[in-house]
Design a protein around this ligand. Structure first.
Ligand SMILES: [Zn+2]
Length: 286
């Protein structure tokens, strides 16, 4: 079993770029890796969450989906023998928040207040949050602290950034990918607030940036992604003001300095399309 998993991981890392999430491997690639001290990362194919283990229980984050959550729950019981006491959703999107009901027997489910509204409204397949907050909230369990911080709208209107101050780890999903372009054409995005929300993250105290997809990074990766968004916005806006069409802009704005980033081949043109759509939505005819 261990051997088969190792082979699957090897094949996946060679064949599947991190940013391509269309064909999920079957059986799924699941693993637990240590980030720092008692803070760990849980992988289910191309989705990642984090959890912290304390002597009296576990603080978990995105369950990802029901099957993944069941696997995680069994692994946690086997490895650590303490119950999951909290589950914190990063945001409402079902590819991260699904499966919360798996932990509902022992855990309090927490999310931003806007996430609860969307989870109910969109009938996300997960447990409805029992505890919500608006600006910030601190969870302390068995000597471990995690701060939940709302940094404004970015990707969705209900993103929770999770900071583990003692471990200097920050978990931020979908709006600060590490050395990777943005997802497709910016679905569910609030561009100006997004850039501002990364600035807020840059002011926080942490060393390790853990995204919901792809590789782990450092604090400087947050700045790099903010500069990417600002550069793309400036280029697209300039050409839109000159009356260039979307097709022309796609030909003219290549930003080759980002060609080595994850997802550039698959998603960069979609990033230009989404940026054009957002830029145009805020321009007046005259
Ligand atoms: Zn999302």
């Amino acid at each position: 079993m261990r051997f088969r998993l190792a082979i699957a991981l090897l094949v996946a890392s060679i064949c599947i770029p991190a940013a391509v999430r269309a064909q999920a491997p079957n059986p799924p690639i699941r693993e637990i890796t240590q980030i720092k001290d008692n803070v760990y990362r849980f992988r289910n194919n191309f989705h990642f969450s984090v959890f912290a283990v304390t002597p009296v229980g576990i603080i978990a984050t995105d369950p990802i989906n029901a099957d993944a959550a069941k696997w995680l729950k069994a692994e946690l019981a086997k490895r650590f023998n303490v119950p999951v006491k909290f589950v914190v959703y990063s945001h409402d999107h079902s590819d991260h928040s699904s499966g919360g009901e798996v932990f509902a027997d022992t855990a309090t489910i927490v999310a931003h207040e806007n996430a609860k509204k969307v989870i109910i409204g969109e009938k996300r397949p997960t447990a409805v949050p029992q505890v919500t907050y608006s600006d910030a909230m601190t969870i302390e369990l068995g000597g471990t602290v995690v701060e939940l911080i709302y940094v404004g709208k970015n990707h969705s209107d209900n993103m929770t950034v999770m900071r583990f101050p003692a471990e200097r780890v920050l978990y931020a999903v979908d709006f600060i990918p590490v050395k990777t372009v943005a997802f497709r054409d910016f679905p569910d995005a609030y561009l100006d607030e997004w850039i501002e929300s990364i600035r807020r993250v840059e002011l926080m105290d942490f060393d390790i940036l853990v995204p919901g997809h792809g590789q782990i990074g450092a604090k400087s990766d947050a700045t790099d992604h903010r500069v990417y968004l600002e550069t793309l916005r400036a280029e697209v806006l300039k050409l839109a003001r000159e009356g260039k069409s979307l097709d022309e802009i796609k030909q003219m704005v290549k930003l080759p300095q980002y060609a080595s980033w994850g997802g550039y081949k698959q998603m960069y043109e979609l990033n230009v399309e989404g940026m054009y759509r957002m830029v145009q939505a805020n321009r007046r005819g005259n």
